[in-house]
Write a protein that binds this ligand. Structure first.
Ligand SMILES: NC(=O)c1ccc[n+]([C@@H]2O[C@H](COP(=O)([O-])OP(=O)(O)OC[C@H]3O[C@@H](n4cnc5c(N)ncnc54)[C@H](OP(=O)(O)O)[C@@H]3O)[C@@H](O)[C@H]2O)c1
Length: 265
C-alpha cells in the first residue's frame, strides 16, 4: 500500500479527534474517504474539509455497535466508490471505574463500542480485501491495550481484547497481500479526555500526529505503532517487570486526574 493515490478508505469515529485527523491525513495522501460515526452534522463538516483538499468524501451515519449498520457502511462505500482499500477501526469511548464499583452493563457497553465495533468492521471488510489480495486494516486501540491504568478496567479490557484480535489478524493475513496495523496511542488531545489532567511525562499529543503516523504505518505495513516515545518506555518497563511499570504509573501519576489539583500519591 505504498501508493495511496486514488484509493478508498473507511474511517470510523471520523466525526472528531483522531478519526477526523486520520481521515484528513488519508485525503492529503490522495485517498477518498467514507466517514462513519453517529453524528451526521459533524461528519458533514469533516467531509467539507476533505472536499476542499480535492478528494471525495462520503458521509455514512453509523453506530458501530450495530453489526448491520457496519455491514451497510462497507456495502455503501464499495457501491459509491467502486472499491475499498483501507479500513480504520477508530471509534471508541473512554470508560473509567474502579473494579469494585464496576457494573456488568458498563463493561458490556465498553466492549460493544471499543471491541465489537472494530471486530464488525474487520469481518465486513475482510472478504473484499482478501478477494482482491490487497488492502490494509488499522485497529486504533490504546496504550491502555499494552499496560492497564487504574481505574480504566472497562476500557482496558476492551482495548486489550481488540489488540489481541489484531495480533492474530496480522499473522493470519501474512502472505495474502492484506496488511494490518494496531495503533497504541498514549494521551491525545481530543474531546475524549478533555477533562482529564495528565502529568508532563505523558503530555497529550495532537490528533494530527496520530493521523500522520497511521498513514505512515499503512505505507510501510507496520505491525504496531506505539506513540509517543514515552509510551514505548512504559511498555518496555511492563515487558521487563510489571511491578516496575506499576511503580512508574504510581510515581508519575500516569492515570491522570479530573480536578485541577493532582491527587496525593
Ligand atoms: N484521546 C486519547 O487520549 C486516546 C488515547 C489512546 C487511544 N484513543 C482511542 O482513539 C480512538 C479515537 O478517540 P478520540 O480520542 O479521537 O476520541 P473522540 O474525540 O471522543 O472521538 C471518538 C469518536 O468515536 C465515535 N463513536 C463513539 N461511539 C460510537 C458508536 N457507538 N458508533 C460510531 N462511532 C462512535 C465518536 O463519534 P460520534 O459521537 O459522532 O458517534 C467520535 O467520532 C478511540 O478508539 C480511543 O479509544 C484515544
Amino acid at each position: 500500500m505504498r501508493d495511496l493515490q486514488g484509493k478508498v478508505a473507511i474511517v470510523t469515529g471520523a466525526s472528531g479527534g483522531i478519526g477526523e485527523a486520520t481521515a484528513l491525513a488519508l485525503a492529503q495522501a490522495g485517498m477518498d474517504v467514507a466517514l462513519a460515526a453517529r453524528r451526521a452534522d459533524a461528519l458533514e463538516a469533516v467531509a467539507q474539509r476533505i472536499r476542499a483538499l480535492g478528494r471525495q468524501a462520503l458521509v455514512v451515519p453509523t453506530d458501530v455497535t450495530q453489526r448491520d449498520q457496519v455491514e451497510a457502511l462497507v456495502a455503501q462505500t464499495r457501491e459509491h466508490f467502486g472499491r475499498l482499500d483501507v479500513v480504520v477501526a477508530n471509534a471508541g469511548v473512554y470508560f473509567r471505574s474502579p473494579i469494585h464499583e464496576l457494573t456488568p452493563e458498563m463493561l458490556e457497553r465498553s466492549l460493544a463500542v471499543n471491541f465489537y465495533g472494530g471486530v464488525y468492521l474487520v469481518l465486513a471488510a475482510l472478504p473484499h480485501l482478501r478477494a482482491q489480495n490487497s488492502g490494509h486494516i488499522v485497529l486504533v486501540t490504546s496504550m491502555d491495550g499494552k499496560k492497564g491504568l487504574p481505574p480504566d478496567a472497562p476500557y482496558v479490557a476492551a482495548k486489550f481484547a481488540l489488540s489481541g484480535f489484531g495480533d492474530v489478524l496480522r499473522q493470519e493475513l501474512h502472505g495474502t497481500g492484506v496488511g494490518a496495523t494496531v495503533v497504541f496511542p498514549g494521551r491525545v488531545d481530543t474531546p475524549m479526555i478533555a477533562d482529564l489532567q495528565v502529568p508532563w511525562i505523558s503530555a497529550k499529543i495532537s490528533a494530527d500526529k496520530v493521523g500522520k503516523a497511521i498513514v505512515k504505518a499503512i505505507r510501510r505495513n507496520q505491525a504496531e505503532v506505539i506513540i509517543p516515545f514515552q509510551a514505548r518506555l512504559l511498555y518496555w518497563a511492563q515487558c521487563c517487570a510489571p511491578r516496575l511499570a506499576d511503580w512508574a504509573v504510581r510515581v508519575f501519576r500516569l492515570a491522570g486526574w479530573e480536578t485541577k489539583t493532582p491527587p496525593r500519591r
